[in-house]
Design a binder for this molecule. Structure first.
Ligand code: HGY
Ligand code: MN
Ligand code: MN
Length: 400
């Protein structure tokens, strides 16, 4: 099947009609439908599809035991109301590129694999790139098994309900040792390729970034009868902290976002008992990131103390600066006719794998640069340019 046919099949799965965005969260019905679709189409291509001990799906062309495999792929899960391309573009392009190679009669000298990593966005359980972090041992199964979604369901419970074996989760050095190269194609989440007038680019780096949970605990009370002087309202230090995040980021040349917040009990006429919020912070280097986060958390503590509100914070995930291997990066740029080389502030499974396997990323032009939104887009011609580019890269890495 060609790219357009594969793309059209996957498109309706997990799409929320009310917003046009996607709600493909790990171990839900939509996720199971995506995984079933992937398995059916990869099997139809003649690939051998296997889930690894952490639930990541691998579709093999050739015997994995031969080693030095060329792997490509991305993720199928989404952020809440995410776009169609973030993740799926890499997976569908990988299937289409392998299909082209097989149709051409290519005979790879080493195994080729198409992978769909689980929980890349961390939308349901809070930690991004969970599947690749488990595979590489970056985090342990006991900690990740205990991650809970908004309803209190743990990763282990959800994984077991989806047919997984939580007791088998953990680092997989044998599988990791079989990978010779990993290449992830992804829609660009920015306008670098638009500004350079190119359909496809090669990644140079990923900004260091992380997520911090912030809990403000005060005293629930009546909105109408509680004097201002008697209040311990957690909403006030929370609101000031959101503004401080913007100020601190501007000072450090970083970016900081508070996009997720839970208010307890969340009643119009009740002073909240608690506000739970998450800070997403990213910066060009680790010193700038550290300064930004320290500034925000320091402000949160000061504002909380001023309102006699308790404050607690915890770092839920962190990814240091990723520099993709320059030899592979330059080789692919040259192979693709001098494709532009550009960095990103978005995290990817490729960033996690790059510490263990020679890794590269290809970006496909996004006309507006918008992502994590139903407005995310890539023109059909650029999607096809991505298929041609990945096909060429796989041919070079697996067949030459
Ligand atoms: O948040 C990110 O950078 C990625 O989309 N997981
Ligand atoms: Mn994303
Ligand atoms: Mn992504």
């Amino acid at each position: 099947m060609d790219f357009d046919a594969l793309w059209a099949e996957l498109a309706p799965i997990g799409r929320y009609a009310g917003t046009g965005g996607y709600r493909r969260f790990s171990w839900t019905v939509a996720d199971a439908e995506c995984r079933a679709w992937f398995t059916e189409r990869a099997t139809g291509l003649g690939l051998d599809v296997r889930a690894d001990r952490n639930g990541n799906l691998w579709a093999w062309w050739g015997d994995p035991a031969a080693g030095d495999a060329v792997a490509t792929g991305s993720h199928l899960d989404s952020v809440p109301d995410g776009g169609a391309f973030d993740g799926p573009l890499g997976v569908v392009t990988a299937l289409a590129a392998v299909g082209r190679l097989r149709e051409s009669g290519a005979r790879p000298r080493r195994p080729v694999a198409v992978v769909a990593f689980v929980e890349e966005e961390g939308a349901r359980f809070g930690v991004p790139c969970l599947g690749s972090r488990l595979l590489t041992g970056a985090i342990g199964p006991e900690w990740s098994g205990g991650l809970r979604d908004a309803d209190g369901v743990s990763w282990a419970e959800a994984y077991a309900a989806a047919g997984g074996e939580p007791e088998a989760m953990g680092a997989d050095p044998e599988l990791l040792g079989r990978l010779g190269t990993f290449v992830e194609l992804h829609v660009e989440q920015g306008r670098g390729l638009v500004e350079r007038g190119a359909a496809v680019g090669v990644a140079s780096s990923i900004w260091p970034h992380g997520r911090w949970r912030m809990d403000f605990s005060g005293a629930a009370d009546h909105a109408g009868t509680t004097r201002l002087a008697d209040r311990r309202d957690p909403m006030l230090p929370f609101a000031s902290t959101v503004l401080a995040a913007r100020e601190e980021a501007a000072i450090a040349g970083a970016v900081a976002t508070v996009g997720k917040v839970f208010v307890e009990p969340n009643g119009t006429n009740a002073i909240p008992s608690a506000v739970h919020a998450w800070l997403d912070a990213r910066a060009p280097d680790e010193a700038a990131l550290e300064a930004t986060v320290a500034g925000v958390l320091g402000a949160a503590r000061r504002y909380a103390a001023k309102e006699r509100v308790e404050f607690a914070e915890s770092r839920e995930s962190y990814t240091g600066e990723v520099e993709f291997e320059t030899g592979l990066r330059d080789r692919l740029s040259l192979l693709l006719g001098g494709a532009p080389i550009l960095g990103t502030g978005a995290g990817h499974d490729a960033g996690v794998l790059s510490a263990h396997v020679p890794t590269a990323m290809l970006f496909v032009r996004n006309p507006t640069g918008i992502s994590h939104s139903p407005a995310e887009h890539a023109e059909t011609a650029d999607r096809h340019a991505g298929v041609a580019a990945l096909t060429r890269v796989l041919e070079e890495l697996a067949c030459a």
